[in-house]
Design a protein around this ligand. Structure first.
Ligand code: ATP
Ligand code: MG
Length: 402
């Protein structure tokens, strides 16, 4: 074979984790620590050295779109004698000169992963892959006794990767466990320290710990932190409100009004389902002339206009977009973690406890689990966004149009 495989060098911790001698390596890793790149190098190396005609080497990612990223990166990065490798764009395979084929697969249909003999495999973004996909990939490596790399961000404790990682850490035969933090990646020269420090400043603590330090949260991804939420509990205050947040009912949920007193304590909490005319009246009666941020998304828009038109109130409409919602949630997370606000036990706390975050290519997204309400959380976040003494900063004020 005239071709020589020239691979980019991995930084020492990346190499130690991915090139571990054990058959299975389970790697809990920071975002941007070189998971995908390191494992691509490893899989290509396996296929190059252990490949022969007909032998398959698999890249598995949560959905096909993600598998395609690795396909594209290898396809564009690999040249053989100055020529591109033999690729099949339809099947998304890359054939090497020794006859080995790299396949790029999605984990969302685990049944389709059974049946082949595979000589080495990577499960990338493993915490987002179904457990069944790991069972399937494991079965394809049985006959070949092929090695496997399982790598991903950590995501709470309620997933198969967390449990497998703990087994590996406890010394299960044939398994090695590694952690790659953002600081390891910084030592390796692929991430800037300032980038990590900035993430630490702007992200909620739990999110930063999972994404950058690879330390799972206790609760499976609550962006506020269950203990921080518990630390903010206090009975309803009897002081007057200095600002209000109002989340208007959409088709199935409630209208929620939350007032904060001058100390940041919830002093009024109203939750009801009423026809629009009565809703308008109740909102006006409750808030009087105090500054109020109201959700003006969709059907909320004419309601906010009606509130602004009639009377002496001080209403600002806030349109929820994915960006403004995330900014409001980040402001709320900071307020909770710094204990700048207090709220009573009950529906507000229950909704905060149930909240989840998901990390995607566009950033961190906060939401209530499917089918659960978020109206108390939204009303609280709106009130926090205009709380006079609380320095949420110009970002949130801008959303509120203030
Ligand atoms: N050993 C290395 N040497 C130089 N650059 C590297 C190395 N490893 C990774 N990189 C670069 O660092 C960046 C992040 O790498 P990569 O996409 O593999 O990280 P990741 O952990 O998979 O990120 P994500 O969290 O987005 O999935 C890429 O631009 C990649 O080319
Ligand atoms: Mg990646």
């Amino acid at each position: 074979m005239t071709n020589q495989l020239v691979l980019p060098p991995l930084y020492p911790q990346q190499r130690a984790a991915i090139y571990a001698p054990e058959r299975y390596s389970i790697i809990e890793a920071s975002t941007k620590s070189g998971k995908t790149m390191g494992c691509m190098v490893w899989l290509l190396h396996q296929a190059w050295t252990d490949g022969s005609p007909g032998r398959e080497f698999w890249w598995v990612a949560p959905i096909f779109e993600q598998a395609k990223i690795a396909f594209k990166r290898i396809r564009l990065g690999l040249t053989l004698d100055g020529r591109p490798p033999a690729i099949n764009l339809t099947a998304r395979t890359i054939e090497l000169p020794n006859g080995a084929t790299l396949w790029f697969k999605s984990a969302d249909k685990p049944d389709s992963l059974y049946g082949e003999d595979v000589y080495a495999a990577v499960i990338d973004e493993a915490t987002r892959c179904k457990a069944e996909s790991w069972h399937a990939v494991r079965s394809t490596l049985t006959h070949t006794r092929g090695p496997l790399r399982i790598i991903g961000n950590v995501k709470g404790r309620k997933n198969w990767v967390y449990h497998l990682a703990r087994k590996a850490e406890a010394g299960e035969p044939d398994m090695s466990y590694h952690k790659l933090t953002a600081y390891d990646a910084a030592d390796g020269g692929i991430i800037r320290i300032e980038e990590i420090e900035d993430a630490q400043r702007v992200l909620p603590r739990e999110v930063f710990r999972e994404l950058y330090l690879a330390e799972p949260s206790d609760d499976g991804g609550n962006p506020f932190g269950l203990s921080a939420i518990a630390d903010c509990l206090a009975p309803l205050s009897s002081q007057p409100a200095v600002c209000w947040g109002v989340d208007l009912a959409k088709s199935v949920d409630y209208t929620v009004l939350i007032g904060l007193d001058a100390g940041g304590r919830v002093c009024r909490f109203e939750r009801f389902k009423k026809p629009w005319q009565e809703t308008l009246q109740t909102v006006r009666q409750c808030v009087g002339t105090t500054r109020t941020a109201v959700d003006s998304t969709g059907v909320g828009d004419p309601i906010v206009e009606a509130l602004q038109r009639g009377g002496t109130g001080s209403f600002s409409g806030v349109k929820f977009t994915s960006t403004s919602k995330q900014q409001l949630m980040e402001g709320l997370a900071v307020a909770i973690q710094q204990q700048t606000i207090r709220f009573p036990d009950g529906p507000i706390r229950a909704e905060l406890d149930a909240f989840e975050y998901a990390y995607s290519r566009v950033g961190v997204q906060y939401s209530a689990p499917n089918g659960q309400h978020d109206d108390c959380v939204m009303a609280l976040a709106l009130a926090v966004s205009i709380f006079p003494k609380y320095g949420v900063g110009p970002l949130v004020s801008r959303i509120a149009g203030l």
